[in-house]
Design a protein around this ligand. Sequence first.
Ligand SMILES: [Zn+2]
Ligand SMILES: [Zn+2]
Length: 172
Amino acid sequence: MKLKVFDITEEGYELNLSEDIVLNEQYAQKIPVEAHLKLYRDGASVIITGYIDTETVLECSRCLETFNNGLRADVNIMYLPSKERGLMDERHKLSNEELNTGFYSEGLIDVSDLVSEQVSLNIPIKPLCSVECKGLCRMCGTDLNSEKCDCDEELTDRRWLKLKKIIDERKE
Ligand SMILES: [Zn+2]
Ligand SMILES: [Zn+2]
């Protein structure tokens, strides 16, 4: 969905968006998003604030199970015409540091891009199904959340076995 910058009024308006988006290659599935945004224009700059709710399916970085992850991404962006990209550094100092800056060209802001970008930014790099996830056994791969295995990590660790052998040999 693209918006014409000069259709956005200075008083601003609300935009409620609900669509299925594809985030990127990593998350190939389409995910439903609900965006509640407020848009204002000040001259050529556009300020977009609000939030995006979505539910993604992630793979736990410890146990590799997939799980649903509800996510709310806050949006706080200022869009400038792309020709101002060069002035960015100076602008940045002047603008609120909390405010991210984006650029638009040909007088159009792609809201769908904004939404997938903001959601991507909020997806954890190492997702966890639960903070208490026990993960997989390093020896046999058993999911320790649901099963117990007989591996004794200390004894089966190869380096430890070697060391133990040396100690045993010395004792003899
Ligand atoms: Zn897990
Ligand atoms: Zn095991």
